[in-house]
Design a binder for this molecule. Structure first.
Ligand SMILES: NC(=O)c1ccc[n+]([C@@H]2O[C@H](COP(=O)([O-])OP(=O)(O)OC[C@H]3O[C@@H](n4cnc5c(N)ncnc54)[C@H](O)[C@@H]3O)[C@@H](O)[C@H]2O)c1
Length: 351
């Protein structure tokens, strides 16, 4: 007899073909009703009585999980990088393991991170928003299509309207040194991409074996070396108590005054006051940030109006491809369970 599986998040067809040989699958949760259209009560009801329950962003508190376990749930999966939407104690008490999808958006964040590095180095957002606001534009014309047929239209020379006169000329990534703080899933993806730009990579991660770092063509260094030698420092530290605000005035004072900080990790790891002051006082040259101490970021936050800071609204990890990554990892977890094999991505329920 086939097992029953409740599926709330997409799994690629190739893996579904295997899963459906073992299971009758009920599509439910956000996969059925759409993003944001599901309450915990709906999820509880829809997933009840299934041996396998695979969630995406749906919430499942202690009562829900206990009820599912009493009704025969033996496999639980949450297709998220941090499965904080479910109650770990209840899963532990039910004697179950929790599959999740670590690093599912590592490529999304890494590519965005490279984008932020270039945006900061070349003043892309400053010049783009400036141009839209009327800076560096010529006089308005009645008919934009009625222009002289000139072969080679150029902006220059660097007159007072030229953006470079305003912002200064940007720098290339090629030949510069990139410090990676935290050489985990995302830090590594940033490093290998930055190498393709011709950057030298210095990685600071006391918990990552040096051989792993060196195998990527990066250098494992201590904190002071990374701080002193990097032209850009990219932060990829985890949200754990030992990392709270460790990026602070002590770090900034050891950095080059020409250096930039890129943060797509969490604001939690940076001391807010020290960061704002370092940017205002030009202890460091600039920054690009995707994450804030309060989100949405307050409209009057000083970072938003600093011309040496690129700000984006916590979107580095969001792409239309992320569901594909987490779906295929979760598909592997389900297939391992169905084959009676050990699962690979198990969340530590007790930290
Ligand atoms: N902006 C976004 O949309 C977005 C999306 C996904 C993840 N993130 C964030 O990105 C960060 C990195 O995520 P990840 O998946 O690469 O995490 P990860 O756990 O894979 O990597 C973290 C690395 O930091 C190292 N580390 C721990 N303490 C350290 C310390 N004191 N000094 C130096 N290194 C230390 C660990 O050894 C590990 O290698 C997290 O903060 C995560 O929340 C942001």
């Amino acid at each position: 007899m086939k097992k029953k599986m409740a599926l709330c998040t997409p799994i690629p067809k190739k893996q579904m073909d295997i899963i459906e040989q073992f299971c009758d699958v009920t599509i439910c949760g956000e996969l059925k009703h759409g993003k944001g259209n599901v309450t915990e009560d709906m999820t509880r009801e829809e997933c009840m009585g299934n041996e396998l329950v695979v969630l995406g962003d749906e919430y499942a508190g202690a009562d829900t999980i206990t009820a599912w376990a009493e009704a025969g749930m033996k496999f639980m999966g949450v297709a998220k990088g941090t499965p904080a939407t479910v109650d770990y104690d209840a899963i532990d008490k039910a004697g179950l393991e929790l599959s999740y999808t670590p690093g599912r958006n590592r490529v999304a964040v890494a590519e965005f991170n490279i984008g932020l590095m270039i945006a900061a180095a070349r003043h892309i957002t400053l010049s783009s928003t400036g141009l839209a606001k009327g800076e560096h534009t010529g006089p308005a014309v009645d008919d934009i299509y009625d222009v002289p047929d000139v072969k080679n239209v150029t902006f220059g020379p660097l007159d007072e309207k030229h953006p470079f006169v305003d912002y200064g000329i940007g720098f290339e990534l090629y030949g510069k040194t990139l410090g990676i703080a935290g050489y985990g899933a995302i830090g590594r993806e940033v490093a290998v991409r930055a190498k393709a730009f011709g950057m030298e990579i210095l990685a600071y991660d006391p918990y990552c074996p040096a051989e792993k770092i060196e195998a990527d063509g990066a250098k494992a260094v201590d904190l002071d070396t990374m701080l002193a030698q990097s032209d850009i420092i990219s932060i990829h530290l985890p949200v754990i108590p030992s990392c709270k605000a460790i990026v602070n005035k002590d770090w900034f004072s050891k950095m080059k005054p020409t250096a930039y900080v890129i943060n797509t990790a969490r604001a939690y790891v940076i001391d807010q006051k020290d960061f704002v002051e370092a940017l205002q006082n030009k202890t460091i040259a600039g920054a690009a940030v995707d994450v804030y101490w309060q989100e949405p970021v307050p409209a009057n936050h000083p970072l938003l109006s600093m011309r040496n800071v690129v700000c984006t609204p916590h979107m580095a990890g969001l792409t239309t491809d992320v569901d594909g990554w987490s779906g295929s990892m979760m598909g592997d977890e389900v297939i391992a369970y169905l084959n009676g094999e050990p699962r690979k991505y198990i969340w530590k329920l007790k930290k």
